[in-house]
Design a protein around this ligand. Structure first.
Ligand SMILES: Nc1nc2c(c(=O)[nH]1)N[C@H]1C(S)=C(S)[C@@H](COP(=O)(O)OP(=O)(O)OC[C@H]3O[C@@H](n4cnc5c(=O)[nH]c(N)nc54)[C@H](O)[C@@H]3O)O[C@H]1N2
Ligand SMILES: Nc1nc2c(c(=O)[nH]1)N[C@H]1C(S)=C(S)[C@@H](COP(=O)(O)OP(=O)(O)OC[C@H]3O[C@@H](n4cnc5c(=O)[nH]c(N)nc54)[C@H](O)[C@@H]3O)O[C@H]1N2
Ligand code: SF4
Ligand SMILES: [Mo]
Length: 724
């Protein structure tokens, strides 16, 4: 008899409800669950491809140890016992020879094991964990939310009041989500009549539908936001009552925005003065307005201030914690404890980046991670101390860190490299040991999204297992067990029970809830609350919305936002611009891929076979390029090739290439990572963001020319014929 099981899809950061049919121990069907709190009966193509991912013949199924030279592609299968013995002996070697700070632990973007990796690192005493997002993704938002409003905020898609206006800034939520699951709620809101202001250098689907589309020069978001604030403040369009009672530092911001009159901002941003004024007035006039803000503005060294200035807009216009506005998601499920206190005294101070970027890597913040360029520098120069081993869990870093040539040289220098992944990626190929990871249908987790949606708590269930794969959490747990350390309880599920007990402490109605019971309930939905601040103030030091941040001021950091020109741009490096005259974007999510994933899954790859570079028709003509031609894209750091998509939805001075491309159909151990990978063009060198140390993944300079070689297409087409 087929069995139907409800679970949570995690093929991206996750949160859509899926009904999975199992027959004779095989998963045979994945359907959307109409009862799911966020997705309400929808799944995207990545979720629907779950079976393909699960049973892909190229999945890693066993631990594998390198036998030939590094990167030569020679592997032998080993047992988990042998893999654990090797990892533990390498950890102990580092600990005794160099100190545990010489071990680096790496993960990718917020997957199910996001909080587990720091917990594991700290349990074994290691201060240096990191991931390619953090300073480049999400941390600028989280830190600024906390500094300004005391809590992360989300768009209110949950009340009877539909947001009248949504300001979509540096994100494309109908594709990316913000994290996948929100895409359906955005569409529902639009269907119910929400209007849009879109700030994006590209004419996206949402820009097409917008009341106002501000096509700014990449990397100038802070200037644009300050220009809009100039209009809102000088024309008195802000919520005077809210400002008087609940805003701190208004006069100081009023003074700062005088440096950003719309005329000057228009010159910086390439957006017309009248469009800046009109957008600011439109936003302020809406009866309910909110903000979708994404990672594009976190990909250059003005990230902190760009986010900061944009976040002021909903609050100042009276939309903080109001129905249809920008609301505090109900915090319900406590995070897994990251055990910072397990690090030995004196060792936490050694976390790389801590002195320069205390808000990223310091010792008195709740969720510190190491600064990536400092880690790479330590690997290359052994200064201030060496990093000798890296353990990677879900990170194809050769493609996701800035400046892949540098990443490659750096990874090659590490004495011991171990990677846990679903596939033998180009990064895994550089390792000494590779561990097979469980996919989303193969592991248990409690899922909750307090940062992007009003909370839903969901049970993700282990439905089956392929080969000898394990979840990352199980590996952390079992490694600790073998090292005589307690990861928390007798099995991984004990940690989820602990989290759920923490939830019951705050919310009576969940007393007695454990993972097993949550699995029976499937979902817990939390209704939104409004104007929570009226009861005791905001959770900032002044109890108010802080435009002038008291926390920053205390650390001697400028408490107000300031625009800084991207370090490589037509204006900051005109000499580079002579040789590399175009502004380069690398990013812009596509529906079928999650970062570097899914290029080997036939149904998804079939819908987006090649990386596309968007070029304006005038620019294409000037360079003799036609739609569908392959194009070389070069920066000061490297060269890649992608296929031209000629469109007038982009400024003639800007091009947008896709990131995350490698070619699983190339069976050599490089798997084509040097061919189309956008990070061969990006920059990991200083200057960095003043607060969070962000490096430059976008808004760089490049040049293009036609590439007559269509070998990438031929190779892919031949591989499809072989696989039929
Ligand atoms: N399908 C899919 N979904 C994903 C992901 C994925 O890889 N695939 N990744 C997940 C992750 S980790 C993240 S961080 C999010 C990211 O998702 P988003 O935050 O939506 O980020 P992007 O799609 O990279 O870029 C969004 C938009 O910003 C625009 N943009 C580029 N540069 C600038 C700029 O300088 N200023 C402004 N204002 N806009 C700019 C781009 O043109 C693009 O349309 O998506 C998550 N969801
Ligand atoms: N140029 C440029 N660079 C970027 C970006 C950009 O827009 N442009 N975006 C940046 C952003 S916002 C982010 S968040 C990062 C993302 O960077 P990462 O999250 O590191 O993304 P990937 O490099 O795709 O690495 C993820 C790997 O994890 C594997 N995997 C998937 N699920 C699991 C699992 O459960 N366990 C384990 N062990 N492995 C798993 C996948 O197969 C894949 O190989 O990239 C950043 N880099
Ligand atoms: S948006 Fe994310 S969680 Fe939802 S179906 Fe797609 S991959 Fe799964
Ligand atoms: Mo991200």
């Amino acid at each position: 008899m087929p069995e139907k099981i409800k679970t949570a899809c995690r093929a991206c950061h996750g949160g859509c409800g899926a009904i999975v049919t199992v027959e004779n121990e095989k998963v045979v069907k994945i359907e959307p669950d109409p009862d799911a709190p966020l997705s309400k009966g929808r799944l995207c193509p990545k979720g629907l491809a779950g079976i393909e991912l699960l049973y892909d013949p190229n999945r890693l199924k066993y631990p594998m140890e390198r036998v030939g030279e590094r990167g030569e592609g020679q592997w032998k299968r080993i047992s988990w016992e042998a893999a654990y013995d090797r990892i533990i002996s390498e950890i102990e070697w580092v600990r005794h020879e160099y100190g545990i700070e010489s071990l680096g632990l790496v993960q990718g973007t917020g997957r199910h094991h996001f909080n587990h990796l720091p917990r594991f690192a700290h349990t074994i005493g290691a201060p240096n964990w990191f991931e390619p997002g953090t300073a480049q993704c999400f941390f600028p938002r989280i830190l600024n939310f906390n500094l300004t409003y005391g809590r992360p905020l989300v768009v209110d898609y949950y009340s009877d009041v539909n947001p009248e206006m949504i300001l979509v800034w540096g994100t494309n939520p109908v594709v990316s989500g913000a994290d996948g699951e929100i895409q359906f709620l955005v569409r529902d809101a639009l269907r119910k009549g929400s209007k849009l202001i879109v700030v994006d250098p590209r004419r996206t689907e949402l820009a097409e539908r917008a009341e106002a589309w501000l096509q700014l020069r990449p990397g100038t978001d802070c200037a644009l936001a300050m220009g809009m604030l100039h209009v809102i403040i000088n024309e008195g369009l802000y919520d005077k009552d809210f400002v008087e009672k609940w805003v701190f530092g208004f006069d100081k911001l009023r003074e700062r925005v005088q440096e950003y009159p719309p005329k000057k901002v228009a010159e910086i941003t390439w957006v017309k003065e009248e469009d800046i004024i009109r957008a600011a007035r439109l936003y302020a006039a809406a009866s309910s307005a909110s903000l979708e803000i994404g990672c594009a503005i976190e990909h250059y060294p003005n990230s902190f201030d760009a986010v900061r200035s944009i976040l002021f807009l909903p609050g100042l216009t009276g939309n903080f914690d109001t129905p249809g506005g920008f609301i505090q998601a109900t915090e319900i499920l406590p995070d897994i404890e990251n055990r910072l206190d397990y690090i030995e005294p004196g060792v936490a101070e050694k976390r790389l980046g801590g002195k320069k970027f205390p808000f990223l890597s310091g010792t008195d913040i709740p969720f510190p991670s190491a600064h990536i360029p400092d880690i790479f520098e330590a690997i290359r120069t052994e200064k201030p101390y060496p990093i000798k081993a890296l353990l990677l869990f879900g990170n194809n870093g050769l493609l996701s860190f800035a400046d892949s040539n540098k990443t490659y040289e750096t990874l090659k220098k590490v004495d011991f490299l171990c990677c846990m992944d679903l596939f033998m990626t180009p990064t895994a190929e550089l390792c000494d040991l590779v561990l097979p990871a469980a996919s989303w249908l193969e592991l248990d987790e409690v899922f909750s999204v307090p940062y992007f949606a009003n909370v839903a708590v969901m049970a993700q269930k282990k439905i089956t297992r392929v080969g000898e794969c394990k979840s990352d959490e199980e590996v952390f747990f079992e490694l600790c067990e073998r090292m005589g350390l307690d990861y928390g309880g007798k099995r991984v599920q004990d940690i989820y029970d602990e989290q759920l007990r923490g939830m019951a402490e705050k919310f009576e109605e969940y007393r007695g809830l454990d993972f097993e019971k949550l699995c029976e309930m499937n979902y817990i939905k939390i209704p939104p609350k409004y104007r929570q601040y009226e009861n005791g103030g905001l959770k900032t030091p002044t109890g108010k919305m802080e435009l002038w941040s008291t926390v920053l001021a205390e650390k001697g950091i400028d408490p107000l936002p300031k625009f800084v020109e991207p370090p490589e741009s037509p204006y900051s490096t005109p000499e580079v611009c002579k040789e590399y005259p175009l502004v380069l974007l690398t990013g812009g999510r596509v529906p079928f891929f999650f970062h570097t994933e899914n290029r080997g899954l036939p149904s998804l790859r079939g819908q987006s076979k090649y990386p596309r570079v968007e070029i304006h028709p005038e620019t294409a003509k000037a360079y003799g390029i036609e739609d569908g031609d392959w194009v070389f894209i070069e920066s000061k750091r490297g060269r890649i090739t992608q296929k031209a998509l000629v469109t007038d939805g982009i400024d003639p001075r800007v091009i947008n290439c896709q990131s995350g491309w490698w070619y699983p159909e190339d069976k050599s151990p490089e798997h084509g990572w040097r061919e189309s990978n956008a990070n061969l063009l990006t920059c990991a060198d200083p200057p960095y963001d003043r607060v969070l140390g962000t490096y430059q993944l976008r808004a760089l300079l490049c040049r293009i020319r036609k590439n007559d070689d269509r070998g990438i297409e031929t190779r892919y087409e031949e591989s499809c014929q072989r696989d039929v």
